[in-house]
Design a protein around this ligand. Structure first.
Ligand SMILES: Cc1cc2nc3c(=O)[nH]c(=O)nc-3n(C[C@H](O)[C@H](O)[C@H](O)COP(=O)(O)OP(=O)(O)OC[C@H]3O[C@@H](n4cnc5c(N)ncnc54)[C@H](O)[C@@H]3O)c2cc1C
Length: 521
């Protein structure tokens, strides 16, 4: 199973395939060399040279799994096991570059359908084997690396069909292992779109989006993924739960919310019924410039609260704007806003939104700035590879807060990261998901790696997370909790809620086989 094979969705030591690899623009390399101390990184250890300890599952477990799935779908090759050992955070990539595998699964299981997932959970509960649901493998918060040593990965890539499309209600039921581009292709055959476009679009899956409460670049217009979910089917060790059956319901608490964001700890999501929209006949992207982040925030808030609402709204702070302009060979200054519009006829919305932006200090940069962003909307992970190749360290983190707190959160997190990396770092930020009451903040950090980049980042990330908590923001707007945010998540929800989560897990997963060490404190 290689990068192109259906069971190996993500790259090993880099994002995606080398055919899409990016080269750092000359101007960006010059800037980096001026600001950071960089040395050539150690050579990348090829996957073929990586050692993975032998599979230690006993014959009875392997026999039962082979009987349930077919021998060909219980994979124990070192390559497959290494590829399913972790996600795609920068620390994950750096370990892979050194040829290190954090905790390889004993086997990669590839069920064909819901019934086979149920069988896996039954067998693994009986034999006490930990199960890690594996979608696209793009987690950046340690969501695929459980605390238990012996585990199997349940790769959902064979659950990759559209189950049903209801054009009248505008809903579609999609299997959990469908990757986003394939889901888009299949829905387009019916004239519909999901409108969910995260930066990990190329590899992430429908089940992963639901399990992590993902949010995409067009969330201003289409909503977050959890807003789109009408119903889901979940295989748990206790049996199947089907949550959601009508467009809205007053029949007790909304159990969909229990499984959205449950990160594989309560069950394996096998299909998701989502709200879909007609494919947009028109799309329009444009750029705007504001004097300052504060001014841009004010304008974006006006649109988010009073409309009209674009489909994409993305405001970069001064540093992100400066780095972006340097990469493109310009020197704009101020803060750049990208506004995107999709729909049947967007002209009146574009004009009305432009009037609001202009009234709040915005200067139009024209369509080319917007189209340039749209053309490069999936480049960032490839640029991260290029930065790592150049000997720099680059990673991201994110949060969300109410509008009134947002400027302070921006400032405190920036300061915390800079203080934790005293020999210099570039800290870029943008707002890209807006709500009536607040917005997300997404930070990119570029620094020199130092002798132990993973440990150096662990400390800087902890400082940023403490600053997020102290400023009253949430530990994650869309990356999720995983193993990395667990302590901050526990503090955020409090002791009673922690006990509640543990009690629910105990009910659904009495043997504790599902993703121990992830999410649930
Ligand atoms: C370069 C890059 C850019 C990213 N950009 C974004 C972004 O713009 N927006 C965003 O929201 N996120 C983003 N992410 C984070 C990540 O892509 C999301 O969390 C995504 O939703 C994960 O989907 P996946 O299919 O890859 O899940 P995985 O990474 O395979 O799994 C994530 C977690 O969910 C669990 N899980 C997966 N599938 C299931 C299932 N079927 N049932 C139960 N549990 C399951 C796993 O056990 C794990 O704990 C980015 C990540 C990278 C590497």
């Amino acid at each position: 199973m290689n990068m192109e094979g259906e069971a190996s969705p993500v790259g090993w030591a880099r994002w995606g395939t080398t055919k899409n690899a990016q080269v750092l623009p000359e101007s960006a390399s010059t800037l980096l060399a001026q600001v950071l101390e960089l040395a050539p990184p150690p050579p990348v250890v090829p996957l073929a040279e990586v050692t993975v300890p032998d599979c230690e599952l006993d014959g009875a477990v392997l026999g039962a799994l082979r009987q349930a799935l077919g021998a060909g779908h219980v994979v124990t090759t070192p390559d497959a096991r290494a590829r399913h050992a972790s996600g795609m955070s920068t620390p994950d990539l750096l370990r892979h570059r050194q040829g290190l595998v954090r905790a390889a699964p004993q086997a990669v299981l590839r069920p064909a359908d819901h019934a086979e997932v149920v069988s896996i959970l039954d067998i693994c509960s009986r034999f006490g084997v930990t199960v890690v649901p594996f979608g696209g493998g793009t987690s950046v918060v340690g969501g695929l690396t459980p605390s238990a040593a012996r585990h199997v990965a349940v790769d959902l890539s064979r659950l990759s069909d559209v189950v049903a499309v209801d054009p009248t209600s505008r809903t579609a039921t999609l299997q959990a292992g469908l990757r986003a581009p394939r889901a888009a292709e299949l829905l387009a055959e019916h004239g519909f779109t999901l409108g969910h476009v995260p930066q990990s679009y190329e590899y992430a899956t429908i089940g992963g989006f639901a399990a992590t409460r993902s949010s995409g670049q067009a969330s201003a217009g289409y909503g977050r993924f959890d807003d789109m979910v009408m119903a889901l089917t979940v295989a748990t060790p206790r049996g199947t739960v089907r949550a959601g059956r009508a467009p809205a319901s007053a029949a007790g608490p909304d159990l969909r919310q229990l499984f959205l964001g449950s990160e594989g700890t309560l069950g394996v999501i096998t299909d998701v019924t989502v709200r879909i929209r007609p494919l947009p006949a028109q799309s329009h992207y444009e750029g705007w410039r504001f004097e300052s982040f504060a001014e841009g925030l004010h304008a974006v808030r006006r649109l988010a609260q009073d409309g009209p609402q674009p489909t994409v709204l993305r405001l970069s702070d001064e540093v992100e704007t400066m780095i972006g302009a340097t990469g493109a060979g310009r020197s704009d200054g101020g803060c750049q806003l990208i506004a995107g519009y999709e729909g049947a006829d967007v002209r009146s919305t574009v004009e009305a939104a432009a009037a609001v932006l202009a009234a709040h200090g915005g200067v139009p940069l024209g369509e080319e700035a917007g189209q340039q962003w749209a053309r490069h909307r999936f480049d960032a992970p490839y640029l991260r590879d290029a930065l790592l190749d150049a000997g720099a360290f680059a990673e991201t983190l994110e949060t969300a807060a109410y509008w009134s707190a947002l400027p302070e959160v921006h400032d405190r997190v920036r300061q915390a990261i800079l203080a934790a990396l005293p020999d210099g770092a570039l800290v870029l930020a943008h707002v890209s998901h807006v709500y009536e009451t607040g917005a997300s903040l997404y930070f990119t950090v570029i620094c020199s790696p130092g002798p132990d980049p993973v440990d150096r980042w662990r400390k800087a990330k902890a400082a940023a997370s403490d600053a997020i908590a102290a400023a009253g923001a949430t530990i994650s707007h869309h990356h999720g909790v995983g193993a990395d945010h667990r302590a901050w998540y526990a503090a955020e929800i409090g002791d009673v809620a922690v006990d509640l989560l543990r009690a629910v897990k105990q009910q659904l997963d009495p043997a504790g086989i599902l993703n121990p060490g992830i999410l649930v404190p």
